[in-house]
Each structure stands twice: as structure tokens, then as C-alpha cells.
Design a protein. Structure first.
Ligand SMILES: Nc1nc2c(c(=O)[nH]1)N[C@H]1C(S)=C(S)[C@@H](COP(=O)(O)OP(=O)(O)OC[C@H]3O[C@@H](n4cnc5c(N)ncnc54)[C@H](O)[C@@H]3O)O[C@H]1N2
Ligand code: MOO
Length: 404
């Protein structure tokens, strides 16, 4: 019996190894998977931080008589050491980002005072409360707080936090080298001078490469083309399996006379863990590992199948290898009722919108056979319809997989 998509995912995961780690300068770490957690080396903010341009005062000076004038004794910019309000009746002109002067407990913005020469008065409509416009020392984060956990895919917000706690180098997952192999005598390169009627331009390898680049999960990606000749396949595969960390093949895995790959892979010592998954498109999907545990994903050659299987199995596997914390599966409600023939699960391309109450809504974009590349244009991903039933009513929540 063929594995369900869920069972196939679990089988793949048990045969994956987690990649090694490396140090990466902060400036190059965006999109990488963090492997060593980042924590606060000091409190945030590290001092009582002034949040408005204006005057630092002792609020008690204005609590009984707000019309009282305070004498300005100096100016303190961000980056200057804290000055001191040496006596009552004084104010220090101050900049956003400065350290709160000693003796001050409130900042009154320029807009709320009237200034004459070196004297400042509170405007009639303004107030002065202790603590106003001060971002308190340590009020965001205490020293030692864990801020970014291992397994995080680093975004700009993470990079900012790492920078502020002085993490100039980050421990991240190494990225694998990936070979993408197209198979088939009918395939020619995109810039072929002459394309005969029985030939087609290779597109799967370009689609796979584009999606992998977009994912940011890989280091080097190289494309290969193998014709349907066993000797050629064997020679090239041996070299590729020895050189690359991950091998992705498209085509040549089905039941045709020239679908040599499963046998060629077996003869080269690759252990088969999956041959076929109970889904459409993508049923002939194959997965195995070499003796040195290089994963080999052989995706069915039909373009919709290839692209779907990449997103459903290969990208999650690469995230797993990188130690990325799995995200909660995304869901969408179906915009229309959809029926399909069981017993295979159906991976249905969809356009995704948003309902008035903020939920994802998936509008089916059925394709005209899994060879229909153009059918994917304008789609945002696919929904996974398990084979438990053959009719999914409009409004049913289903799992959404987005294209990268
Ligand atoms: N007797 C059976 N025949 C087939 C079955 C089956 O169960 N029994 N499964 C069908 C399904 S489903 C699929 S999917 C395909 C998968 O076959 P392969 O993985 O062997 O792929 P190919 O035959 O090599 O190619 C299929 C199709 O895709 C085109 N192709 C392949 N590579 C590329 C590429 N790099 N760029 C663009 N297009 C590509 C190829 O020209 C074929 O048209 O098998 C069914 N048959
Ligand atoms: O299931 Mo195949 O993957 O449709 O063409």
C-alpha cells in the first residue's frame, strides 16, 4: 500500500541528518537558520532612555505651580554622559535617546513648554507627571534573557536584536550543496537554437532552482541533465551522489521502459525508503538515502507534480536538516466545494485571498493534467485534501502550502 502524505513526511524525516553549524557574520545572517541561541548581554534599554526632545525636569518643581519658570542649565545629547539637576528650579535641555539626567524624573517635550531666553515654563494645557517620556532601564528585557531561540529563521527583526546585544557572529546551520538532475531524451536547454516538435525545453530544473534560491536554504545549486541511457545515468549519478549534500531528480521515476532511475539508484547503493505516495499529482515520488546519508528525492517529472512535491516534501526536509523549528501548518477555508476521486489525496493549486474576518480563503485553480505548467500561473500554493472523503464543501478548513 502506498504511504499517505503524512506517513511519507514522517518516513523522510526519520532518514534525515541535521546539518553541521558554522559561524556567520551578522551582516550575512538574514534568512539563515539560527543554531546557537542569542541572549541579552545587558538590560534593554541599557539606561533610562529619554523618548522625546525637550527638557528634563524634576516633576515636583511643577506639581504645585506649573507657571513657575525653570532655569536651563545645559544641553545633553544622546551619547553624552548623564548630567545632574543640581538644585530645585532647574531644567536640562535634552535629546531623544539621551540618558535621563540625575535628579530628573520627567521629560517635557518642546511642544509643551514656553521658553524665554534660559527659562522654560510649562504651557497652560500641558502636564508634567513623574516618569513621563522615559523608557525605563531594563523595562523591555533583563540581562541574560533568551531572546532568539535556536531554530529561528532570521528576519530583519531578529538581526536588529542580535546587533543590539553585540552578536557580531551568529552560529547558524551550514547550507547544503544541491544537485538538480533532469532526466529525459526529450529535454533541451532553454536557449536551444532549434526545438524539434518532439522536444521540449527543460523547465522543472529552473523552477526547482528558483524556488530553492527563494527559500535561502541552500548554498550551491548545480543543474544536470541525464539522457535516458543507463550507462550515462550510472556514471553521472555516481559522481553527483559523491559530491553533493542533497540530490533532487525530476523525471524518470515512473513505470516506463526508460524510467531507469529507481534501479540505477539501487545499483549505486542508494536505499529506497519510499516509492510512491497516495496522492495526485505526485504519486510516483521516490525517496532514498546513500550510505553516507545523502538524501535523494526523485520527483515525478510532470511539472505540476515536481513543483508540488518540492514544496510538500523537499523544502520541509531541508528545513528539518537545517534545524529550523517547524511552523504551525497554515490553514485556509475552501471558497468552493471540490470533489476528487479517492483513494489518492489531492494536492489542489489555489489562489489565496482573505475573508472579511481575516481568514485565508482558497479558490481552487484545477489544472489540466499535471503537465499543465501554465495552470500554476497566478496561484499562491496548494491545499492538501486528504483521501478520507471525496467531497470538500465550501467553507471547510484545509491545510495550505504556499509556494516559496
Ligand atoms: N504506467 C504508468 N505510467 C505512469 C504512471 C503510473 O503510475 N503508471 N504515473 C504517471 C504519473 S502520475 C506521472 S507524474 C509520471 C511521472 O513520470 P516520470 O517521473 O517518470 O517522469 P517522465 O516520464 O520523465 O516525465 C513526465 C513528463 O514530464 C516532463 N518532464 C520531465 N522532466 C522535465 C523537465 N525538467 N522540464 C519540463 N518537463 C519535464 C516529461 O517531458 C514528461 O512529459 O508518469 C506517469 N506515467
Ligand atoms: O500524479 Mo502525476 O504526478 O499526476 O502526473
Amino acid at each position: 500500500m502506498l504511504a499517505t502524505p503524512t506517513a511519507a513526511t514522517a518516513t523522510i524525516a526519520t532518514h534525515l541528518t541535521v546539518l553541521s553549524t558554522e559561524d556567520c557574520p551578522l551582516s550575512a545572517a538574514h534568512g539563515r537558520i539560527l543554531r546557537g541561541p542569542v541572549s541579552a548581554d545587558r538590560p534593554l534599554p541599557p539606561y533610562n532612555r529619554v523618548t522625546m526632545d525637550g527638557y528634563a525636569v524634576n516633576s515636583a518643581d511643577w506639581s504645585s505651580d506649573s507657571s513657575r519658570g525653570l532655569r536651563i542649565t545645559g544641553f545633553q545629547a544622546a551619547g553624552m554622559m548623564a548630567q545632574t539637576l543640581a538644585a530645585t528650579g532647574l531644567a536640562i535641555e535634552i535629546a531623544t535617546g539621551a540618558v535621563l539626567p540625575m535628579g530628573a524624573d520627567a521629560i517635557v517635550p518642546y511642544e509643551e513648554v514656553e521658553r524665554t531666553d534660559d527659562t522654560v515654563k510649562l504651557a497652560a494645557t500641558a502636564t508634567c507627571q513623574p516618569g513621563q517620556n522615559i523608557h525605563r532601564l531594563g523595562s523591555d528585557v533583563a540581562t541574560g534573557t533568551a531572546l532568539i531561540p535556536a531554530g529561528t529563521r532570521l528576519t530583519g527583526a531578529d538581526i536588529a536584536v542580535a546587533a543590539t546585544v553585540g552578536a557580531a557572529q551568529l552560529r547558524v546551520s551550514a547550507r547544503p550543496t544541491v544537485a538538480i538532475i533532469s532526466t529525459g531524451d526529450e529535454l533541451v536547454e532553454v536557449d536551444a537554437r532549434h526545438v524539434a516538435p518532439h522536444q521540449i525545453r527543460r523547465s522543472n530544473d529552473h523552477a526547482l532552482r528558483a524556488a530553492l534560491l527563494q527559500s535561502g536554504l541552500t548554498a550551491r545549486i548545480e543543474r544536470f541533465h541525464l539522457r535516458d541511457h543507463r550507462t550515462e545515468i550510472d556514471a553521472s549519478l555516481r559522481h553527483i551522489l559523491a559530491e553533493f549534500d542533497v540530490v533532487i531528480i525530476s523525471g524518470g521515476v515512473s513505470k516506463g521502459k526508460l524510467d531507469h532511475l529507481p534501479q540505477a539508484l539501487a545499483d549505486l547503493g542508494v536505499t529506497q525508503h519510499l516509492r510512491g505516495i497516495a496522492q495526485r499529482p505526485g504519486k510516483p515520488m521516490w525517496f532514498g538515502t546513500t550510505p553516507r546519508r545523502t538524501p535523494v528525492f526523485a520527483l515525478p517529472g510532470n511539472p505540476v507534480s515536481t513543483y508540488t512535491c518540492l514544496h510538500r516534501y523537499v523544502l520541509p526536509a531541508l528545513r528539518h536538516m537545517a534545524g529550523q523549528t517547524p511552523a504551525q501548518p497554515e490553514t485556509a477555508i475552501l471558497a468552493e466545494t471540490f470533489k476528487f476521486p479517492r483513494p489518492l489525496a489531492f494536492m489542489l493549486p489555489v489562489k489565496v485571498g482573505t475573508t472579511d474576518d481575516g481568514r485565508n480563503i482558497a479558490r481552487p485553480a484545477p489544472f489540466n493534467t499535471s503537465g499543465d505548467l501554465g495552470g500554476l500561473l497566478g496561484t499562491d500554493g496548494f491545499v492538501e485534501l486528504p483521501a478520507e472523503t471525496d467531497t470538500f464543501a465550501a467553507g471547510t478548513p484545509v491545510t495550505l502550502w504556499r509556494w516559496t
